[in-house]
Design a protein around this ligand. Structure first.
Ligand SMILES: NC(=O)c1ccc[n+]([C@@H]2O[C@H](COP(=O)([O-])OP(=O)(O)OC[C@H]3O[C@@H](n4cnc5c(N)ncnc54)[C@H](O)[C@@H]3O)[C@@H](O)[C@H]2O)c1
Length: 407
């Protein structure tokens, strides 16, 4: 159902690279200036401002936030007083904006994205695309109807070592990828210090179900996006479970999550997140019929799974006087492969968020659709939108699919 859109997205590898390179070129003519308004310049929003300011020709022209302390922080970051608004709709009335960056909490994304697009402006919208099933459909429908530029904040699509790995996987280097195990382990209780109890839900929105899909949505969505990219389709089912092991502090989302997403032909993606142990960090293992890939935030390693070299000692344990001793497993077949891998080093590459910003700016200038488009946003969002309930209820649910391929 989604293949057209996904293939279209995949064919945009080269375009994403060209866009990023184009936006890096100097000098920039006055007519190429891109004036950006930012909705929700909190933690991520300020990082996006910092990265956008590294793109030649970009100006942060206005910001909107319901929390006033953000304005002084933005002024300090930008180095001048940026016009500020407590209501994003007033900011959208300005006639001098070329694009909007949205980094508000997820349950406001649909409202902010839809208002911005209806104002005629391209949008860089942070993940997760929509907080509810209806939000995802409403954004997808509006983008399809208007043809407006909408780029979602799944920046790993712009990481060269991710792009190269996916290209090699699609070329068959590890055979058919059948399973993806994604880990996001950290030591972090997610709680922010609140200066006044009335600000608890505004600042700690991640901890409550009414405003957050928890670890699946906040962390898993990035890895689900990579699984969609590799499998070339969106997940069809999701089941999951969560609990609170450590942080019994009034939060209503879990501090660990395990989810299993189903794709066609029985393929599976397994997501596991812990917040009390960081050993696995943020990584995906892609298991194929002929090999495996470990994909991390700084590199990718391909393992061809050659047969283990059998040592005389281990073999003689299994066979004596010409007879097998009945061992149910053979060391040479069952031991994990421990040979060297073929590593792609991404640690020297530019921050993928900067590349994503450059690419977005170039899409605005050239009026072209981004690589991380609405298909990407929808495909990562819907399993989380549905999956968070599967996780909270400990059940399996079907994931609704996109209605249209018209974008
Ligand atoms: N792509 C990534 O790697 C990445 C990383 C971190 C966060 N994020 C995403 O960015 C978004 C923001 O996360 P954060 O950690 O910056 O949260 P945050 O709480 O630090 O920032 C959110 C900002 O939005 C403001 N806000 C809340 N309601 C608003 C409204 N109605 N109108 C305008 N502003 C409003 C808040 O006051 C705050 O300044 C989330 O969707 C999160 O998932 C993405």
């Amino acid at each position: 159902m989604l293949s057209t859109g996904l293939l279209k997205s995949n064919s945009l590898y080269a375009q994403a690279a060209r866009n990023a390179a184009g936006a890096a070129a100097r000098p920039v003519a006055a007519s190429d200036r891109v004036r950006i308004g930012v909705i929700g310049p909190g933690s991520r929003g300020k990082e996006l401002i910092r990265q956008m300011l590294r793109v030649p020709g970009v100006e942060i022209a206005a910001v909107a936030d319901v929390y006033e302390p953000r304005f002084a922080q933005v002024n300090e970051l930008v180095g001048k007083t940026v016009p500020s608004y407590k209501d994003h709709r007033q900011m959208l009335e300005r006639k001098d904006l070329d694009a909007i960056v949205i980094a508000s909490p997820p349950f406001f994304h649909a409202q902010h994205v839809i208002d911005s697009i209806k104002s005629g402006l391209p949008v860089y919208g942070e993940k997760i695309m929509g907080f509810s099933q209806e939000d995802n459909y409403n954004i997808a429908d509006l983008v399809a109807k208007t043809g407006q530029i909408y780029q979602v904040g799944h920046q790993m699509r712009y990481a060269p070592w991710f792009q190269e790995s996916v290209r090699r996987i699609h070329q068959g280097e590890i055979g058919e990828p059948t399973h993806i195990y994604a880990y996001w382990f950290r030591r972090d209780n997610w709680r922010r210090t609140v200066p006044n109890p009335s600000l608890e839900h505004l600042l700690n929105w991640r901890l409550y179900r009414e405003s957050s899909g928890g670890l699946l949505e906040e962390l898993g969505s990035h890895q689900i996006d990579v699984a969609n990219w590799i499998f070339g389709e969106h997940a069809q089912t999701v089941l999951g479970t969560t609990s609170i092991v450590l942080y019994h502090d009034g939060r209503t989302v879990g501090d660990n999550v395990q989810a299993v997403l189903g794709y066609s032909k029985g393929r599976r993606m397994v997501f596991s997140s812990l917040t009390d142990n960081a050993i696995m960090g943020d990584q995906l293992w892609i298991y194929g019929t002929k090999g495996s890939v470990q994909l991390t935030v700084e590199d990718a390693t391909f393992y061809g799974e050659h047969r283990k070299t059998i040592t005389a000692a281990s073999h003689s344990n299994a066979v004596q006087r010409g007879l097998k001793t009945g061992a149910s497993y053979q060391v040479d077949e069952e031991m994990p492969y421990r040979g060297p891998g073929d590593r792609i080093d991404g640690s020297k590459d530019e921050d993928p968020t900067l590349t994503a910003c450059r690419s977005f700016v170039q899409c605005v200038r050239t009026k072209t659709q981004p690589f991380a488009d609405v298909h990407v946003g929808f495909g990562a969002a819907m399993p989380c939108t549905i999956g968070k309930n599967a996780v909270f209820e400990g059940v399996m649910k079907d994931v609704p699919q996109m209605k249209t391929d018209a974008v």
